[in-house]
Write a protein of this length. Sequence first.
Length: 135
Amino acid sequence: TVQTGTFSLPDAQGNVLYNTYTSGSSDGTYYFLTVSEFPASYDVSNSELLLKGEFNSFVSGMSDVSVVNAGTTTFKNYPALEYELDFGISLETGKLILAEKRLFSLAVNYSKEGAARGEAEINYGRFFNSLQVRQ
C-alpha cells in the first residue's frame, strides 16, 4: 500500500511531503519505506541532531514500545540512525538515512517467535541493502 501526506515543520519552516510504502508477507512480517522531502530552505546541516529528533518524534507517537537500541552510523556514506524497537510480540529493526534534503526510513517489523523471526532476520539485510539513494 502507499500513503502520501505532509507534516509541518516547527517554527513555520514549511511542510515536509512524504510517501510511505508498506508490504506484508504471509508470515506476518511487514516492510516499510518512507521517503520524506524537506523544503529547500530547511537546514539539514546538523544531521545527527535531525536524525535523533526524527527518531524521538517517531517513537514518542507510539504506545507499548521500548527502544532496544538506537545509534547513529552511516549508510552508503550518508548519515544514518539504526534502531531496534520491542513491541512485546514483535520487533522492528529500522534505519533513518539522510541524503541531502531527503529522509529515507526503512523498517521491518517481525514476530519475536519461530521461523518468521529467522526468515525476517535474513530478509531485512537484503531489504536495507537494496536501497538505491538518488538525489
